[in-house]
Design a protein around this ligand. Structure first.
Ligand SMILES: *[C@@H]1O[C@H](CO)[C@@H](O)[C@H](O)[C@H]1NC(C)=O
Ligand SMILES: *[C@@H]1O[C@H](CO)[C@@H](O)[C@H](O)[C@H]1NC(C)=O
Ligand SMILES: *[C@@H]1O[C@H](CO)[C@@H](O)[C@H](O)[C@H]1NC(C)=O
Ligand SMILES: *[C@@H]1O[C@H](CO)[C@@H](O)[C@H](O)[C@H]1NC(C)=O
Ligand SMILES: *[C@@H]1O[C@H](CO)[C@@H](O)[C@H](O)[C@H]1NC(C)=O
Length: 365
């Protein structure tokens, strides 16, 4: 950790305009002073601490801060909704992919992910949302070491699941170098090497959110007329929870105060908000930025309510090749067979054969 910080600090000497930094430091002092004044007058102490990450305009400072903070969800979402008005960054910015792990606890497939990330430092960041009581046990060499964000209980099908997704996004947005945001679970695996994955997002003109208009009972059937006028039944969308969004679309999600209350009140089981809220809201607010499909492969053919789960005996070269290349889709308005970058659901027993096949079939490890 120490070495990283030093390395990064030296990097900063080369690329960071010091005049700018002074301005930011002065601004920071100003804000702290304002914070003290406010505190003295019995006001929020929060103002200064909410803005502190601004000083982390250099990725280094942000990293040194760690992921701990004491912001409430309301403060966090507000803070994360800021976007620069000047589109050109006045410093060297290597855009990163933020991998957001939504899990109850352990990450049994972590060794596979470790290999996926190896050698790509500086182009990704990791965030883990787990049960608040869960304490991960990674060593300091692990990419997952101390990457757990302040979390709350998330229940399947409830709005608390969307809260967890927004909490992950908001924490990841605080790092200004994160440009793409991928939601994954403990049963997800990467199925291409890091460079392919990175370039797929970099080259894409759209975000990968699955959003379809399903006229059936599990689609429009879950719509509640109380959602008008914010959401009309023709605007109602359904799709997989596992999304990839760019920074602009990510901010749309954290800043929403219009649709959120409607879904919280009127989309309850058997309406599952994680399959409708973000999908519907983005389809209304920013339809042209969506590919309307997910980059996370899943097999719905075996069981109805929950997708199939693959274990040791299922992992063969043929199976993995089929998952990687078995379909066609639109990518930047052209037909492509590269449709999926991740796949689920994989049981812990799948780890060993996956590690074995990764170098030859998945292209990493
Ligand atoms: C944490 O790691 C230690 C040493 O590797 C091990 O003994 C312990 O059981 C682990 N705890 C958990 C909760 O996994
Ligand atoms: C991945 O891309 C980086 C940056 O462009 C490059 O330095 C590296 O050699 C590439 N790795 C592989 C395995 O192609
Ligand atoms: C992304 O674009 C670059 C440059 O045009 C190209 O070399 C690369 O193959 C593309 N990668 C993907 C995954 O589309
Ligand atoms: C995705 O769906 C929206 C309507 O919800 C549409 O406006 C948009 O063009 C679609 N995107 C693609 C790539 O088809
Ligand atoms: C994509 O392939 C389908 C057939 O599978 C074809 O009808 C369509 O015209 C193709 N689209 C493009 C943009 O090439």
């Amino acid at each position: 950790m120490e070495n990283d910080a030093k390395e990064a600090r030296q990097g900063q000497h080369r690329v960071f305009p010091w005049g700018m930094l002074k301005v930011f430091l002065l601004l920071g002092l100003g804000l702290s002073a304002a914070g003290v004044l406010m505190a003295r007058h019995g006001h929020e102490v929060a103002a200064a601490t909410l803005f502190r990450p601004w000083l982390g305009v250099s990725p280094t400072a942000a990293a040194a801060e760690g992921l701990e903070h004491s912001m409430t969800d309301e403060e966090l979402l507000w803070r994360a909704s800021f976007a620069p008005g000047v589109r050109r960054y006045p410093f060297r910015r290597v855009p990163k992919v933020a991998f957001m792990f939504l899990t109850r606890g352990p990450l049994p497939l972590a060794p596979l992910w470790e290999r996926f990330f190896r050698g790509n430092k500086g182009r990704y960041s990791i965030y883990v949302h787990a049960l608040p009581s869960y304490r991960a046990n990674f060593t300091s060499e692990s990419v997952f070491y101390r990457r757990q964000i302040p979390s709350k209980v998330a229940e399947w099908g409830q709005m608390t699941m969307c809260d967890a997704e927004r909490r992950l996004l908001a924490n990841a947005l605080l790092d200004i170098s994160n440009e793409w945001f991928v939601l994954v679970s403990e049963s997800c695996i990467p199925i291409f090497d890091f460079n392919t994955t990175y370039q797929y997002f970099l080259n894409s003109s759209q975000s990968f959110v699955m959003a379809i208009d399903d006229p059936g009972p599990y689609g429009r059937g879950r719509y509640d007329w109380n959602m008008t006028p914010e959401v009309d039944v023709t605007q109602w969308r359904k799709g997989s929870q596992w999304f990839e969004v760019n920074r602009e679309v990510g901010i749309e999600i954290v800043k929403d105060t219009v649709y959120y209350p409607k879904f919280k009140e009127f989309c309850r089981p058997s309406c599952y908000s994680d399959e409708h809220y973000i999908q519907t809201m983005l389809s209304i607010e920013t339809p042209q930025s969506l590919a309307n499909r997910s980059v996370t492969w899943v097999d719905w053919s075996r069981i109805a309510a929950h997708p199939a789960r693959f274990g040791r005996v299922d992992i063969t070269e043929e199976f993995l090749r089929e998952v990687r290349e078995g379909q066609t889709c639109l990518y930047n308005e052209k037909n492509s067979t590269l449709c999926f970058l991740f796949a689920r659901k994989f049981a812990p027993s799948a780890l060993e054969p996956l590690l074995e096949l990764a170098p030859t079939v998945l292209g990493f490890g």
